[in-house]
Design a protein around this ligand. Sequence first.
Ligand code: OSB
Ligand code: MG
Length: 361
Amino acid sequence: MSLTVRMVTLPFLAPFTTSFGTEAKRDALILQFDSEGVRALAECVTSVGPYYSYEDNQTALHVMRDHLARLLKDRPTPQEFMMAAEHIRGHNMAKASMEMLLWDYHSKTRGVPLTRDLGPTKGYADVGISLGIDKEEVTLKRVEDAVERGYQRVKLKIEKGKEYEIVNSVRDAFPEITLSADANSCYRLGDAPALKRLDRFGLIYLEQPLEHDDLLDHAKLARMISTPICLDESITSAERARQAFEIGAAQVVNIKPGRVGGLGNSIQIAKAARQHDGHVWVGGMLETGVGRSFNISLASTRLVDYPGDTSPNEKYFAKDIVKNPFRMAGGRILPNKAPGIGVDLDDPFLARVTKKSWKLL
Ligand code: OSB
Ligand code: MG
């Protein structure tokens, strides 16, 4: 039995800018668990710094190495692993990477595609695109390209003070498309008048306008604007999802398995949302094809009803570490059919882009 974590660096085709910063490359932690002839894989969604959340690659490595790795020795189920890890507060991304590793491991052990183990499936994921902040003409070109490629929804990253002009110009050029905006927590409740001005653009939702851990002010904002609110950062567990829907802080939830501690919690959150007549979609963290494959399996379940940020590998990387990148057709991506996540690693390329590796078991 062995557990290896590799730090893999892949340059982005174009820098990705959000209200919290710009990333030019992905430094991904790729986990590999080998046991009894089965090789399981997963990806930790942390990045170089604690900007999207308090976790980053270094905290995740520490928590995995010093607290979580030993829990894998008995090859627990994902549920058993999460129970054993319950005494560790937070660190959902570190936990999620191992939880997902175990989903892949057990699905592969039984020779079943991961999608089948996640419950009733649609058989495909509906795909939207997330566009980073850029100059107006660049954004307009990217939207045009996305529409041509068949993306079912376009999400624009926005920043405080510049939200109106960018949404206005995209909406003006594309009156019919399904459009959303993601603030990544850059506003406060006092900015409600500026956010109310976005109501006229008929956005399908406004994603995470207020603080990364807030519910209450989102509930207040929801009563002041007509655009539905989608929460991303604020939803870290099924309990938080239930609370958010109960107080009217959200009508939509962006589920990222990494943020919420894995696929088990993702499914619980989706169920909580649907019980409250909320909408559900699967987000992304600029993952390589390894992390993406989990998202696409989750996005294929019947619990997910809105297009997600699950664009195919080619959007971000000239070359991915997987040999079988996802292809999108008609705005949909089919999950892999091979056992587990069904991803074929390009081992020589992986070795070339690996900057460092650690043996945790
Ligand atoms: O808020 O959804 C977000 C990327 C990094 C951090 C946060 C977010 C995002 C994205 C990218 O929107 C979505 C993708 O992976 O394609
Ligand atoms: Mg978001």
